[in-house]
Structure formats: structure tokens, C-alpha cells
Design a protein around this ligand. Sequence first.
Ligand code: ATP
Ligand code: MG
Length: 304
Amino acid sequence: MERVRIALQKSGRLSEDSLSLLKNCGLHIDRSKDQLFCRVKELPIDILMIRDDDILGFVGSGICDLGIVGENVFAEKQESARIVERLGFSFCRLSIAVPESSTYQNLKDLDEKTIATSYPALLQKALLKQGVKAKILDMTGSVEVAPRLKIADAICDIVASGATLTANNLREIEVLLESEALLIRSSKKLCEEKEKTIQRLWNRMRGTLQATDSKYIMLHAEKARLPDIVRLLPGAESPTVLPLQGSEDEIAVHAVCREAVFWETLEKLEEAGASAILVLPIEKMMNCERKERKYERYFEPCSL
Ligand code: ATP
Ligand code: MG
């Protein structure tokens, strides 16, 4: 049986969530700390644990069939891999930052200046787009020290919480790219066996991803308030309405909400007359697609 190979980051800011996504799909990955190659028992899948910088190349060249990589890396390197879906973790952004004490307000202010970065292609694109003539200083790491060393006037780097910038007296002035983890696949044509395995894994992933975004809401309300309440339920279609034992005009409403349920929503529901409001996590979902089948758009068979 042909086994599907998936490239994941060995250790770092992508690896934990990547592994737990696969675990939620029912795949058990036993690995010792130094093991680079893991066989999955449940499906014909092998996992390759590598540096995040190598993932795109491995998938692009067809050594691996699938991979999980940051959008920042995907956008920087021109590889012929394709995005299957955004995965909703490892959020960060590629930003321009300058010393706190400087007066630069945006990228345009950096004309004729030097910008240090590990993302020369993305920076070049942004400079061209905005007609800015800045010099790019290509660095492989520790970009944030460049202004202090007086080798650059600004940096273009990944920012998540901004703590690294603050620690280095830097100020973010412009976001070039918003990034999250991407599931990518090789653009090469795969054999039918592999396609079947990928489709099975993908169905499970879709179920997990949908469940993460979704919540099950239960509440009580007066029958007359039902239309107001349904309008407030985020991303819910046709809620279930049940009678309440011993009450003529009160009902119970159960609904799967496909979008985040915030405290503000619960407060609005309460104002609209809802009581006994419960919000429950959903572990898995199967076959409860909405009409627009969001996750399938990239999955037509590809050829190269
Ligand atoms: P490797 O040793 O595999 O080369 P690395 O040090 O280059 O790892 P990490 O810092 O682990 O990379 O980041 C991996 C990816 O996680 C980044 O490319 C980016 O997409 C995302 N990322 C970076 N910083 C953060 C952060 N602070 N929070 C969440 N995600 C982040
Ligand atoms: Mg790396």
C-alpha cells in the first residue's frame, strides 16, 4: 500500500498544534525526541519531522505529499505546492518595525534606508508595490538586533505578541502579511491509493476544524421571543425548538453555532429574554456541511 508522507515541524511554534490536529484526527504518533520519521498505525501515513524551513521544499519537490507550514514561509518561497486550507493556529504577522526613537511612520518613510529581514522576497514585493527604494539586508536570524548594531534603519520580521520588538526598543509601523499555519499539498499527481488516504484524512481534519470553530448552544426562552433569539445565534441554521415540560409558553432552543460565541453574544441573548444559556464545546462533526462547501474548493485532482 502506498503511504502518504506528511512533513511537520520537528519542534517549534508550529509543531505542537500540528501534532494535536493529527491526534484529533485519530492518528497516534509515537516519537522519541530525536526520531525524524514516524509510522502511523491507523492510516497508511508516515510523518517526517523536519525544520520548518525545509517543509515547503519537501512538499514542492514531491518528497512529501502534505505538509503544515506558516503562511509567511509559503508566501516567501516560490515553490509549486498548493494550499489546501488555513488551519487557524500559529497566528503571526510580517511587519516593518523601527527604533522607538525614530520618526518613521510607514514603509514609505524608509526610502533610501536599509531594512534587515529574513523575508527578502516579500519585502521586495512590498517595496515595489509602494514605489519605495530601500536597501534590503538579508539576514537568516536575529534580525531584531540589526538597528541596534546600526547596520539597518528598520527591520521586516515576524511579530506575534510584540514582546521581542518591545525588548529591543522597536516599534511596529506597518503590517505586510497576516499569517497562520497552512495545510499544503504537492502539486504533483498522486496515485489513487494516496488520494484516497488524503481524502479520508481530510474528511477527519475538516470535522476537527469545524468542531473547533463551532459551539452547541442550549437555552430557554418565551415562544414569542424565538425570532429575535434565532437572529442572535452566530452562524446557526434551523435551530431545534423543543417544548418545556410544564410550561405552555416557554421553549428550549438548541443550535450548532458555526462561529465564535463571545460573552457579548450571550449578553445580547439574555437581553432578548433567553435564560439557562449553556454553551458546549463540540468534539467532532461529520457530514454537517453548510451549503457552500468551503473546504473542498482546493481539492479537485491536480496535474502538473
Ligand atoms: P525551525 O527550527 O523549525 O527552523 P524556526 O525557529 O525557524 O523553527 P519557529 O519560531 O518555530 O521557527 O516558527 C515557525 C512558524 O510559526 C513561523 O514561520 C511562523 O509561521 C509561526 N510563528 C512564528 N512566531 C510565532 C509566534 N510567536 N506565535 C505563533 N506562531 C509563530
Ligand atoms: Mg526555521
